[in-house]
Design a protein around this ligand. Structure first.
Ligand code: ADE
Length: 419
């Protein structure tokens, strides 16, 4: 299989969208220029499992400019932009294995297809390639120099593998870089999640009771954007510290048992399973909307929702299924409980993916530079990369900042200047 996409005729539309996104990714453009000059990834075969979006396409172009042979498959069956997949394969010479709405079998065939390319470097959004390389494709794991991980859920899994002594090669926790999670997770997830909800339902946010489950970086972003649009935001948490932060940010904090009775819209962003379960659905009001922006589709217990329902009306609007419960109330599930921001909208805007993907690209060349010297384990992105990305992003935004004077540097370095 050379590549596998839905429709090659969509390539011209995909190309335009890729170029449109690129215009808002100035830092990634600079990395691409640097890679093209230095050929930082020459001779590398790189298999990536990411959301197949216009922004990802620009990351793939950057890796290829660095001299790598690049192969891409989807990290979620519903997030693929078919026009982008077609254009990557046709216009940019990046074989892409992704069809929006693909079955679970096809999804795994595509993962296996990119592993068949015998990569030396992998990049994941959710650790699916790393998992396959550790479980079913162990022979290919021996070729891996390192793997980059894009998302919180993936990093949690990788750290667990490291603790259990099961990890076979170095991984770089790109998600944990400040230039990634402080921006992409917060502003990207915040905006794109509401974008997904609004595109799917056309609901007015002002005056809604919006329940946000999880107050990590993503949850904070969703809560603040919903509040900005006039919603009354309720936060649920399991961490006392995060719950306290949410209270002091002025959100109402309560258990999901309580929130279930009062919410109009429920958004899960926890990274855990069954955040909304049967007992919650039973309490929800007629017309409640439930959706998820966490990586996997397990946050909403959909089998429990089905069990409580006498009828399911699929696709009452695009990305909206109506569950008619035995108690007569209707609950609306968006995007099959998969990432609503990518399934019902276009994912995070290019301007924020610029930082994440510049960090990804630079982490990849760092891993190659350090080939053989990185220990097996989970590594942080070096501070120098984070500084480079934030400085260039500020510059691209036309923002200049102050510098420490020599005297101020001396003051900070000394212990004897005080009251
Ligand atoms: N994750 C969230 N938004 C994304 C985007 N636009 N492209 C790739 N991955 C994403």
């Amino acid at each position: 299989m050379k590549f596998d996409v839905t429709d090659m005729k969509l390539a011209p539309k995909g190309k335009k969208r890729i170029e449109w996104a690129d215009a808002d990714m100035p830092v990634l453009q600079l990395v691409r220029e640097k890679f093209a000059k230095e050929k930082s990834l020459k001779g590398i075969r790189m298999s990536c499992c990411l959301h197949v979006t216009a922004e990802t396409a620009n990351l793939m172009r950057t890796l290829k400019a660095g001299g790598a042979d690049v192969y891409l498959c989807a990290s979620n069956p519903l997030s693929t932009q078919d026009d982008v997949a077609a254009s990557l394969s046709k216009d940019f010479g990046i074989p892409t294995f992704a069809r929006r709405g693909e079955s679970v079998d096809t999804f795994y065939n595509h993962l296996n297809a990119v592993i068949d390319k015998k990569p030396n470097l992998t990049m994941d959004d959710g650790a699916d390639l790393v998992n396959l390389l550790h479980n079913k494709r162990t022979r290919e794991a021996g070729n891996i120099i390192a793997s980059m991980e894009e998302t919180t859920t993936g990093v949690i899994r990788l750290r667990a593998m490291e603790r259990e002594g099961r990890l076979k090669f170095p991984v770089i926790a790109v998600n944990d870089a400040a230039t990634k999670h402080l921006f992409d997770n917060r502003y990207g997830t915040g905006q794109s999640t509401l974008d997904g909800v609004i595109r799917a339902t056309d609901m007015l946010m002002a005056g809604r009771r919006v329940v946000v489950a999880g107050f990590g970086m993503c949850g904070r972003g969703v809560a603040s954007r919903a509040r900005g649009m006039g919603a009354h935001v309720i936060v649920t948490e399991i961490s006392p510290l995060r719950a306290l932060e949410a209270v002091m940010e002025g959100y109402e904090v309560m258990t999901m048992d309580e929130a279930a009775k009062t919410g109009d819209l429920f958004i899960t962003v926890t990274g855990n399973k069954h955040i909304l379960n049967g007992s919650h659905f039973a309490k929800m009001r007629d017309g409640a909307v439930v959706c998820n922006s966490g990586h996997f589709d397990v946050e909403i217990d959909i089998p429990a929702l089905k069990k409580l329902s006498k009828k399911v009306n699929r696709q009452v609007r695009n990305n909206v299924d109506e569950y008619v419960m035995r108690n007569g109330r209707r609950i609306y599930l968006l995007a099959d409980g998969r990432l609503v921001n990518l399934a019902a909208a276009e994912g995070h805007p290019a301007s924020v993916m610029d930082m994440s993907f510049a960090t990804q690209a630079l982490a990849s060349s760092y891993a190659v530079e350090r080939n053989g010297r990185l220990t097996v384990g989970v590594h942080n992105v070096p501070q120098a990369i984070e500084d480079w990305v934030s400085e260039l992003k500020l510059k691209a935004m036309g923002v200049t900042i102050d510098k420490l004077s020599t005297d101020q540097k001396k003051y900070l370095a000394s212990s004897d200047e005080g009251t």
